[in-house]
Structure formats: structure tokens, C-alpha cells
Write a protein that binds this ligand. Structure first.
Ligand code: PMV
Length: 324
């Protein structure tokens, strides 16, 4: 009873920031992402009635207690669905540079959900897989699909209407996404802790909730019209607004480093020179730059000149989960 699945990670254009239910991973707001083509997790799950306990191997090593317990708790959810007590061996290979600040949890839990369900012969459709993956890491529900993806927050308390759907397949609009890695020395606050603290203490959080659905609508219209500038403007504003809610938290959360600000200013400057590049930033110091493919090379060269920039990884829209 064994299955292997490859899942790509995704980057949010309209951010998920805050949960209304911590246990079921139900979000306060809907969000929108692009699945990336280069960063992925390949996971094999094997269930066997002779296994005495669960084991989680991450990049060929037994994973630490924190990571392992998240995976084992998630396996419990799959076992519950299948009505079995069988233990499992999970082997995950991450092709997501940890320093890239790209959520390996998104690709990780999407791959684990799909491989676990397949190994136990659960016949889940994409919607059901998205709901399952969501309960490992919110953003994972979007990695089931390729291209441009929306996660509808839903209203039900059991989470049955909180899942992702595809807005546009990856082949339908090619854009370039540059992950710009800047020098970082600070200890990272996890997105899980960061969003909880923000929801509970930031006076700016209500401003976020009051406007994020409008941002989403605007972004969806821009995608439908393939209007890159309109999309870039709302994506950038949405990311800055998310970070503003964190600055108001107690204690305040500032994920940015000096290099983050340097990259932001340079992108704004490049726009005055006629480029159509826009940025977004997640729960970390690195900046993700979106630009039309024809500007990719110049943006890469220009940004690499900045002293704080250590590396740039280039991606394009990628596919949803693949069974191997
Ligand atoms: O699902 P998590 O716990 O990896 O949280 C994701 C949070 C952000 O990356 C900042 C936003 C998002 O929508 O992916």
C-alpha cells in the first residue's frame, strides 16, 4: 500500500493571513496564488500492518520531533478517513531551497495528502484532496492545482466549503517569478505564530479584512484580462498591507531585512525606467518579483547587482500534483 506524489509549491498573490479556526486551518480571508514550476516536494507514503510506528524521513534523514509530529497528526486524519490504524513510512524529498522563504509546507502537505490518500486507496477528488491538504498547512490546499488558484475561505464551521479551485491553467498565461534571496540573520517567526499574533493583537487587522476581498476581486479581473500591470499593482499593495498588519501586532513582527527594502526600492526605480516588475513578500525577508517573461533577463541582471542580493531563482507557473 504505497504511493508517490510530486507537488509544486505556490506563492500567494493575494495573501492568506489569519485563521478563524486553528484546528481545521480555516482562514479569515480568501486568497489567490500561482503554483510554481521549479520548487516541489516528492513524497512516498507506505502503509503496512507490520509497521509498529510512523516514521518520517525528510531529505533522507529521520526528521526532528516538531516536523514529525505534524506529519503523524496529519496521517491520523488520513487514517480516520480510511478507517484504519495501520502505521506508515513517509519519505519526503524537498526540492525547495529552505533559504528561499518559499513555503515547503505547501508542497509538502499537498504531496503528503495525495500520496497518503492514494496509498490507502481513498478515492478523493481534487476538492476533497484540497480540503485534506488544507488541514496540514493552509497554503497546501492551493498546491493541488497548477497555474492560478483561488482558495475560497468558506463559511461552514466544519470547513467543507473551504477549498481551492483553479482559475487559469499554467499554460494560459506565462509570467516570470524571481525569488530574490537577501542576506538574513534574524530568527524567523513562523507564519503560524505570526498570523495568530496579528489576528489577536493588531488594531490594523480589521483594515485588512475590510479590503482583502476587494483586492481579490481586482486580481481575478486582472488575470481574466491578462492585465499584468493591474495585477502587479494589487499584488504589491496587498503584500504591503499584510506586512502593515504585522507591524501593528504586539509584539510587532518585522520580517524584512535591509536587503528587502533595497530590493523594493530598486523595483520601484525600475518601473520609472519603463519596466513592469512588481514584488510580493511572504513571512520572511526575501522578495518575489513578478515580471513579464520578456523582462526576466534584465530584471535578473539588475537585481543581482544589488549588494544585499545573494541569489535569484527563476520560476514560471507550474502544474498541480502528479502521481508518480
Ligand atoms: O500555510 P502557511 O502556514 O504556510 O501560511 C502561508 C502564509 C503566507 O505565505 C504569508 C501567505 C500565503 O497565502 O501563502
Amino acid at each position: 500500500m504505497k504511493a508517490t506524489v510530486k507537488a509544486n509549491t505556490n506563492i500567494a498573490l493575494i495573501k492568506y493571513w489569519g485563521k478563524r479556526d486553528e484546528k481545521l486551518f480555516l482562514p479569515m480571508n480568501s486568497s489567490l496564488s500561482i503554483t510554481l514550476d521549479k520548487f516541489y516536494t516528492t513524497t512516498t507514503v507506505e502503509f503496512d500492518e507490520y509497521f509498529e510506528s510512523d516514521i518520517f524521513l525528510l531529505n533522507n534523514r529521520v526528521a526532528g520531533t516538531k516536523e514529525s509530529s505534524k506529519v503523524f497528526n496529519f496521517l491520523d486524519k488520513i487514517r480516520e478517513l480510511a478507517g484504519t490504524k495501520m502505521r506508515a513510512r513517509v519519505r519526503a524529498l524537498n526540492n525547495v531551497p529552505t533559504a528561499a522563504g518559499l513555503a515547503s509546507s505547501a508542497s509538502g502537505f499537498a504531496a503528503l495528502a495525495a500520496a497518503g490518500a492514494k496509498a490507502l486507496n481513498l478515492k478523493l477528488d481534487e476538492r476533497e484532496l484540497s480540503i485534506l491538504a488544507r488541514q496540514g498547512s493552509g497554503s497546501a490546499c492551493r498546491s493541488i492545482y497548477g497555474g492560478f488558484v483561488e482558495w475560497q475561505k468558506g463559511v461552514e464551521t466544519d470547513g467543507s466549503d473551504s477549498y481551492a479551485t483553479q482559475l487559469l491553467p499554467e499554460q494560459r498565461w506565462n509570467i516570470s517569478i524571481l525569488s530574490v534571496l537577501v542576506a538574513s540573520k534574524e530568527k524567523k517567526v513562523s507564519s503560524r505564530e505570526g498570523m495568530k499574533n496579528t489576528v489577536e493583537t493588531s488594531p490594523f487587522y480589521s483594515g485588512w479584512l475590510n479590503t482583502v476581498e476587494d483586492d481579490l476581486k481586482n486580481a481575478k479581473e486582472a488575470i481574466r484580462a491578462r492585465d499584468f500591470q493591474r495585477l502587479g499593482n494589487v499584488v504589491e499593495a496587498n503584500a504591503l498591507k499584510m506586512h502593515a498588519t504585522m507591524l501593528g501586532a504586539k509584539p510587532p513582527i518585522l520580517y524584512w531585512q535591509g536587503g528587502t527594502v533595497e530590493v523594493i526600492h530598486h523595483i520601484q526605480y525600475m518601473r520609472t525606467c519603463g519596466f513592469s516588475a512588481y514584488f510580493t513578500i511572504d513571512a520572511g525577508p526575501n522578495v518575489k518579483v513578478l515580471c513579464p517573461p520578456e523582462e526576466e533577463r534584465r530584471m535578473y541582471e539588475e537585481l543581482l547587482k544589488l549588494p544585499a542580493v545573494e541569489e535569484i531563482l527563476v520560476c514560471h507557473p507550474g502544474s498541480g500534483i502528479q502521481y508518480i
